[in-house]
Ligand binder design. Structure first.
Ligand SMILES: *Cc1c(COP(=O)(O)O)cnc(C)c1O
Length: 393
């Protein structure tokens, strides 16, 4: 018999009851170090006092008005986000998938309004993840996402990861844009090298294409900059953000330059919930913390430390760890000879929550507020786990 909760997830039986900073507590009171953050969402950790305060204050005043009225909290968040990056304007939704949908629509509308109606195709990269809408799964193109859901929206050309020649070959008269994750998350924590990002920008410029960066996982401070594209020195046309942007409150954003968004006039796009006062109050509170002097420096410092410790771990377990990957506090270790799920389950038993990613990678997305002691604790768990799983092999 089907479960009342639709069985689309392989759920661990553990249920958490509360969270505090870097730690989660399950219904039996057991404590876990959180190196997962609910898939990179809890960027400021659990129960952050200023987020709780913002939610409670706004919750007692006004939750929702719909977008037919002015939402000052949203105007403020949009101004602050656009001041902090290359974008000039933002559309707020409730999830990453909606941000992607907005980006795809924007690419099409841009060319349509410039009188180039056939330019609707978007080049994407293999092993990408762009959310679970029909357009999102079509954009990623992976069979595990698309099988059984055909027919898919048409117009995506998937090329091998980071392959510039393949990108060039995929561009034709109908191409309107290129969409990439600057650091692939689900696909296995794979950063696109800075030179490749620069080359993609150049290809877009030469061909009149819009460059979309999907920063839903790697953005909002995760790599030590507000957005990961900043590391390559390029300027994208459209940026999608979600996950860390709401610190646990459902919030997504599609940011764009004035030119890229030129077709998005009154009536072209919308969302009932998107950018409501409650979401905007929390979004502003998240940004208050992230824009404090030293916040991103801390992420960079902790990211360097994490990668240094993971490199040392790899030396101790060179027979098991084939690669350490990632950028900042988006990290992964590739362990080809042990099923990733076994490692994750063993770590959870020891009191640490990691995540899986594709390509046999154990993924780490800790809250950005961690300190050295948490890295130390995580390394001890990883060390013990790999040692015991090697013995069982
Ligand atoms: C999670 C994710 C999405 C989808 O976000 P949802 O909020 O789950 O819809 C899209 N792109 C990337 C890179 C992601 O990591």
């Amino acid at each position: 018999m089907i479960t009342p909760l639709m069985p689309t997830y392989a759920r661990n039986p553990i249920a958490f009851e509360r969270g505090d900073g870097m730690y989660l507590y399950d219904t039996d009171g057991k404590k876990y170090l959180d190196f997962y953050s609910g898939i990179g969402v809890m960027s400021l950790g659990h129960s952050h006092p200023s987020l709780v305060k913002a939610l409670q204050e706004q919750g007692g005043k006004l939750w929702h008005t719909a977008n037919g009225f002015t939402i000052p909290q949203g105007e403020r968040l949009a101004k602050r986000l656009t001041d902090a990056c290359v974008a000039d304007t933002v559309f707020f939704g409730n999830s990453g998938a909606e941000a992607i949908e907005c980006a795809i629509k924007m690419v099409r509308k841009y060319h349509h309004d410039k009188g180039q109606k056939g330019r609707y195709r978007i080049v994407t990269m293999a092993s990408a993840f762009h959310g679970r809408t029909l357009a999102g799964i079509a954009a990623a193109g992976q069979e595990k996402l698309t099988k059984g859901f055909e027919p898919l929206p048409e117009g995506f050309d998937v090329v091998p990861f980071g392959d510039l020649e393949a990108v060039k070959a995929a561009i034709g008269p109908n191409t309107g844009g290129i969409m990439v994750e600057p650091v692939q998350g689900e696909g296995g924590i794979r950063p696109i090298p800075a030179e490749t990002m620069q080359a993609l920008r150049a290809i877009c410029d030469e061909n009149g294409l819009l460059l979309v960066v999907d920063e839903i996982q790697c953005g909002m401070g995760r790599t030590g900059k507000l957005f990961a594209y900043e590391w390559s020195g390029i300027e994208p046309d459209i940026i999608t953000a979600a996950k860390g942007i709401g610190g646990g409150f459902p919030l997504g954003a599609c940011l764009a330059t004035e030119d890229a968004a030129s077709g998005m006039i009154v009536g072209t796009h919308g969302s009932t919930y998107g950018g409501n006062p409650l979401a905007m109050a929390v979004g502003n509170a998240v940004l208050d913390e992230m824009l404090k002097p030293g916040f991103f420096d801390h992420v960079i410092e902790m990211g360097d430390m994490l990668h240094g410790r993971l490199a040392a771990l790899q030396q101790r377990h060179s027979d098991l760890i084939s690669e350490v990957r990632g950028k900042g506090l988006m990290a992964g270790i590739r362990v080809p000879d042990i099923p990733t799920r076994d490692i994750v389950i063993d770590l959870i038993g020891r009191g640490m929550i990691p995540a899986v990613a594709g390509d046999m990678v154990v993924r780490m997305l800790p809250p950005l507020i961690l300190d050295e002691s948490h890295i130390e604790e995580a390394m001890n768990h990883l060390d013990a786990s790999l040692t015991s799983l090697r013995d069982k092999k």
